[in-house]
Design a protein around this ligand. Structure first.
Ligand SMILES: NC(=O)c1ccc[n+]([C@@H]2O[C@H](COP(=O)([O-])OP(=O)(O)OC[C@H]3O[C@@H](n4cnc5c(N)ncnc54)[C@H](OP(=O)(O)O)[C@@H]3O)[C@@H](O)[C@H]2O)c1
Length: 315
């Protein structure tokens, strides 16, 4: 009886579905098993990585992890004093690493951003080596947990500038420098919110830009045989200055996240999850219906909003 059932068209369909699902799962899981190819961008141990939004959170975590893997680091931020302090911290922790700083507000970008190439060239001229890695990390939400029209013009613009516009322009300006050495790498920091999430619609859309930009640029660089590899890293919740919540297995520190992200370089996917436990959480996006996921997300947003308001009240 069982054997007869086995031969029905429905059974074949079931088997094919099972095989396809296992293949997809294996493909996804293998990204956490392959060794990182990051060192191909620093064969001489003299090369530089530039990290945007480098003074805190995931950005500073990337600076620490890149230094620990033998790169010199250029820190980008908007506050010169804080940048200098963070650069000295890195030099104390990694005495063999060199640092440089670039001061530029990511909000209200204009054509003067083109001068960043000159500033980076000056640092390289002074110390030697090539710029071989760009980590587009700066980002955040100027007004989270609100309806779209709860944002002022300035707040909506700030979120788009910080997450999307700045990334577009700094990559445009620095791509030629990334090709000056043997090979360059661009790492764009995305978020699970690129899925399209309520009450953070501007931020969510800006991360949608990050993912589409990353895929388009990756295809373009392959087609034009440019000497630059383009990747994105999808990120779940991380404990940082910008998102100060309790740390646990699913909420790593910025440095743990950065380390995981660098380990994904060369995994074969254009935008993998950086961190295994975020990937596991992300499976829910494939398994559950969107309506159900959105109901859960709305509840989470409202509880984060209440938490933020109570912190603000306490001063
Ligand atoms: N934390 C999370 O749960 C999470 C989840 C998914 C994705 N991400 C993404 O990960 C990236 C980093 O997030 P994070 O939580 O680490 O952020 P964070 O702790 O708030 O740090 C942001 C960094 O960017 C700098 N920055 C902010 N506004 C700037 C501006 N206008 N011009 C120049 N620099 C500016 C900050 O400098 P100052 O010190 O001057 O403020 C700081 O160094 C973002 O792209 C974010 O969207 C984060």
């Amino acid at each position: 009886m069982a054997l007869e059932n086995w031969k029905t068209p429905l059974s074949y369909l079931g088997l094919a579905t099972l095989a396809y699902t296992s293949l997809q799962l294996n493909r996804q899981a293998s990204i956490f098993l392959l060794p990182s190819t990051l060192q191909r961008y620093n064969l001489t141990s003299k090369n530089w990585a530039l990290v945007t939004g480098a003074t805190d959170g995931i950005g500073f975590g990337f600076c620490q992890e890149l230094c620990s893997r033998g790169f010199n680091v250029i820190l980008h931020g908007r506050n010169a004093t804080k940048l200098e302090r963070r650069a000295r911290e890195l030099e104390a922790e990694f005495p063999r690493g060199k640092t440089g700083i670039v001061v530029l507000d990511s909000v209200g970008v204009d054509s003067s951003i083109d001068e960043i190439a000159t500033q980076v060239h000056e640092i390289l001229k002074q110390h030697g080596g090539y710029l071989s890695v760009l980590v587009n990390n700066v980002g955040g939400d100027a007004k989270p947990y609100t309806l779209l029209d709860g944002n002022t013009f300035a707040e909506a613009q700030e979120t788009m500038d910080k997450n999307a516009v700045f990334m577009l322009h700094i990559t445009r300006v620095l791509i030629p420098l990334l090709e000056e050495g043997e090979r360059g790498l661009v790492l764009n920091i995305s978020s699970v919110s690129a899925y399209g999430m309520p009450y953070i619609s501007v931020y969510s859309a800006s991360k949608g830009f990050v993912e589409t930009f990353t895929r388009a640029l990756e295809a373009e660089c392959v087609a034009a045989r440019r000497k630059v590899d383009i990747m994105g890293l999808r990120v779940g919740t991380v404990k940082t200055a910008g998102f100060d919540i309790a740390e646990n297995l699913f909420v790593p520190t910025g440095r743990v996240l950065a380390s995981a992200g660098l380990n994904r370089v060369g995994c074969g996917q254009v935008i993998p999850y950086a961190y295994f436990w975020h990937w596991l959480q992300g499976l829910s996006f494939y398994i559950f219906p969107r309506r159900l996921l959105m109901n859960v997300t709305v509840k989470k947003m409202m509880s984060l909003k209440a938490e933020q308001e109570s912190k603000e009240k306490q001063g």
